[in-house]
Write a protein of this length. Structure first.
Length: 85
């Protein structure tokens, strides 16, 4: 079993079944190569897929910002929040 991503109870893709396994697949997560931010939402598959779609839209959807500018915003916000992501 992999190391937990949070202090919350989580279910890693290797142990997921049913709706959660489908949510992991929809989010492109594979056993042994899952983003901790996705795993942290494993107790609510609908929230997981909604968050992933929001991320995809913000980072890859139409925007006046380039991909590099979007990444820069994400880094600055993470730094301001003392977040290592």
């Amino acid at each position: 079993m992999s190391q937990p991503a949070t202090f919350l109870t989580t279910v890693v893709p290797e142990e997921a079944e049913g709706e959660l396994a489908e949510a992991y697949a929809a989010c492109g997560q594979k056993p042994g190569a899952s983003a901790n931010i996705i795993v942290s939402q494993s107790l609510h598959p609908a929230a997981m897929t909604a968050h992933y779609q929001l991320y995809r839209t913000l980072m890859f959807g139409r925007s006046p910002l380039s991909r590099s500018e979007r990444e820069l915003v994400a880094v600055v916000v993470s730094a301001a929040n003392d977040c290592f992501y």
